[in-house]
Design a binder for this molecule. Structure first.
Ligand code: UDP
Length: 193
């Protein structure tokens, strides 16, 4: 069962630089893309729940975030996915966002942690255009969606943890005109400290 699942998931297998370049090309073409940074927990959720399984399958990029994914692929003698931790993909994209003056939106974590992360990102990535941000403990999803829409982001980092972040992206992606939506788990917490 796990073997079938792995075989049907299109893990990204090129190198990390190609991944960032491909995403940047998507942004330049004003495309809309859903990126899953998969760890074993995500795979277990997908195996347990049909809806989540189809969410992951519909993602445009499935990146092996956790080293556990690589071990499993080795055991199953599968093509090795490229190991790119979500936080590192986020950092690569933040660097490129500065150069290309891209609009970046952050969603997730608690308000004080998010504020610290925004401050740290602005200090570390000089000139970054953070077009908006919202904490991840909202009740009114419509107001969050409208805030993201107004900000017209090129990249939306969704740090709500799994499975909430993938469900959030999948449920609302059709409402946006463009943007790269990436589930990045606890990355805002990491960047806050
Ligand atoms: N989170 C959130 N809203 C929620 C639940 C969680 O913003 O309703 C945030 C939480 O504050 C933390 C992140 O989501 O910043 C989850 O981090 P974790 O490391 O648990 O995610 P994982 O990488 O394991 O999916």
């Amino acid at each position: 069962m796990i073997r079938d699942f792995y075989e049907s998931l299109a893990f990204y297998t090129k190198d990390r630089k190609s991944l960032t370049n491909e995403i940047i090309e998507d942004i330049k073409r004003k495309e809309k893309k859903f990126v899953v940074t998969a760890n074993p927990e995500i795979i277990v959720n997908a195996l347990k729940r049909n809806k989540y399984d189809s969410i992951i399958r519909n993602a445009n990029y499935v990146i092996a975030d956790g080293i556990g994914i690589i071990f499993a692929a080795k055991l199953l003698k599968k093509n090795l996915p490229t190991h790119v931790p979500g936080i590192e993909l986020m950092e690569d994209l933040l660097n490129r966002a500065v150069d290309l003056k891209l609009n970046v939106y952050l969603l997730g974590s608690t308000e004080p942690i998010l504020h610290r992360a925004v401050k740290n990102i602005e200090e570390k990535y000089k000139g970054i255009k953070i077009c908006g941000y919202h904490h991840g403990y909202f009740r009114n999803v419509e107001s969050v969606i409208s805030d993201i829409k107004k900000a017209k982001p090129d990249i939306v980092f969704v740090a709500l943890g799994s499975p909430i972040q993938e469900e959030f992206i999948s449920d609302h992606l059709s409402l946006f005109e463009k943007g790269i939506f990436i589930g990045v788990g606890g990355s805002i917490d990491v960047l806050s400290g």
